[in-house]
Design a protein around this ligand. Structure first.
Ligand SMILES: NC(=O)c1ccc[n+]([C@@H]2O[C@H](COP(=O)([O-])OP(=O)(O)OC[C@H]3O[C@@H](n4cnc5c(N)ncnc54)[C@H](O)[C@@H]3O)[C@@H](O)[C@H]2O)c1
Ligand SMILES: N[C@@H](CCO)C(=O)O
Ligand code: NA
Length: 429
């Protein structure tokens, strides 16, 4: 049996403690699978005295994560602190410069500084692996980098923030407004310390940017992701979309077009009977379309101690076995700076508006859509019960985002709407 792979683990929160527990529970299994033992030399966290759900007495303690990363008796540095800069970035850079490989779960850091870190790793002859950073326990980084390496990738998409999927499905099942369910999610501890990362679509945007870089061989470019969170999704839209056979998801889509790389993370309608439409609660789903493999659908837990630590361990084991993959699946210098393109791929759209109940109102709406070059596929008018306006729903035939923008700007000028019109893209899945 070869010499042990000695780990230094920085960050002993949900994920860090999960990793310690797996190593303690499965020492023999891991050792047999790697052909060598995997051991923990030293750990670091902010508060040494905190009561943690694991026995850490055998490990050396380092107050400073950078010192931990540089220890001579550490071969592999595992960064589980988090944050898109600061000590997470400093300690990873220190580890690479000190000749250590790195495993991290830090999507924010990779989305913002992935290219720089990939170049540093390569210059130092080291590897950075990050299976846990995208969709937690779902093996999506390995699927793209290894299993589908023989494919040209046409499109990558998915639901990659469990908290948002929990909020949207709970709104639908309980008939509760966004604000109430957001508070529930807070009470349940589902939200990041800064909830905007979740509900603003930023966390999911980080993950999409990482997947797009691997899928299309481009430099990771989070700034180019068009992001809209779930804050404007109303319970009305959830119910109306359901009536029309759809469900609303915070969906990320990345695809290369003739105009450049489209990356968007936004609330979209998907058919209720599709795999994405059936995804409930805090679960994640990633869909990859390869030119030979066709459509691959991966579903599972995107967060939580066990699933995330499982993904971290898959990277640790990969390195212990001697597999050395380039950060984004190809040499860092060959990653091209993709031309970012705003969404232009045509799609059907869902539109909801409230109209005054008077002769000619519907005709004026139809005229605006016609003038915008939009063809109507389905239209439904509801009785107005106690509301001020009459709810009207439109599902369009495929059209461009420009045409939709044109219609949304023109509709209020008809003078027949009682509120702002709502539009949501219907993604073909
Ligand atoms: N929790 C999840 O389900 C999940 C899923 C996927 C990815 N991730 C990622 O994993 C990473 C860790 O997440 P978490 O949920 O375990 O976070 P956490 O907040 O539970 O734990 C963070 C740990 O880092 C430690 N820490 C903070 N500052 C430090 C410093 N200066 N030096 C050393 N340690 C320091 C804290 O003491 C704590 O032990 C993050 O990058 C996160 O985005 C988490
Ligand atoms: N806040 C994230 C955690 C996992 O990255 C989520 O809800 O999916
Ligand atoms: Na993963």
């Amino acid at each position: 049996m070869s010499a042990p792979l000695r780990l230094g683990i920085a960050g002993l929160g949900t994920v860090g403690i999960g990793v310690v527990k797996i190593i303690q529970k499965h020492a023999d299994l891991v050792s047999v699978r790697c052909g060598r033992p995997v051991t923990i030399t030293a750990v670091s966290a902010r508060d040494r005295t905190r009561n943690r759900d694991a026995d850490l007495s055998e490990f050396a303690w380092e107050a400073d994560a950078v010192s931990l990363a540089q220890r001579d008796d550490v071969d592999l540095f595992v960064e589980l602190i988090g944050g898109d800069a600061g000590v997470a970035k400093d300690s990873i850079e220190a580890a690479l410069r000190a000749g250590k490989d790195v495993v991290t779960a830090n999507k924010a850091l990779l989305a913002l500084h992935g290219q720089e870190l990939a170049e540093l790793a390569e210059a130092e002859g080291r590897v950075i692996r990050f299976e846990a950073a995208v969709a937690g326990g779902i093996p999506v980084i390995k699927a793209l980098t290894e299993s589908l390496a023989g494919n040209g990738i046409n499109r990558v998409m998915g639901v990659m923030n469990g908290t948002c999927n929990y909020i949207l499905t709970r709104m639908e099942s309980a008939g509760l407004p966004y604000e109430t369910v957001f508070e529930e999610a807070r009470q349940l501890g589902y939200l990041e310390a800064d909830p905007t990362l979740d509900v603003g679509g930023i966390d999911a945007g980080h993950k999409l940017a990482i997947l797009a870089a691997i899928a299309f061989g481009t430099r990771v470019n989070f700034d180019a992701v068009e992001i809209e969170g779930i804050v404007r999704v109303s319970i009305d839209d959830i119910h109306r979309a359901e009536d029309m056979g759809y469900r609303i998801k915070l969906l990320g889509v990345a695809q290369m077009t003739a105009r450049g790389l489209e990356q968007r993370m936004s609330p979209c309608l998907v058919p209720a009977d599709s795999p994405l439409g059936q995804l409930n609660g805090g679960t994640n789903m990633v869909v990859i379309e390869g030119d030979s493999a066709g459509q691959i659908v991966l579903r599972g837990a995107g967060a939580g101690e066990g699933p995330t630590a499982s993904a971290v361990m898959s990277d640790v084991i990969e390195i212990a076995r001697g597999t050395r993959l380039p950060t984004f699946g190809r040499p860092a210098a060959s990653l091209a700076a993709a031309q970012p393109a705003r969404t232009a791929v045509p799609a059907a759209y869902y539109m909801r508006m409230e109209l005054q109940d008077k002769p000619g109102a519907l005709a004026k709406v139809a005229a605006v859509l016609g003038d915008s070059g939009i063809s109507i596929d389905r239209m439904r008018q509801y009785g107005h019960a106690s509301r001020d306006g009459v709810p009207v729903l439109v599902v369009t035939h495929k059209t461009t985002p420009e045409a939709i923008d044109h219609a949304i700007a023109a509709l209020p000028r008809t003078g027949v709407l009682t509120g702002d019109p709502v539009e949501l893209r219907i993604e073909e899945v």
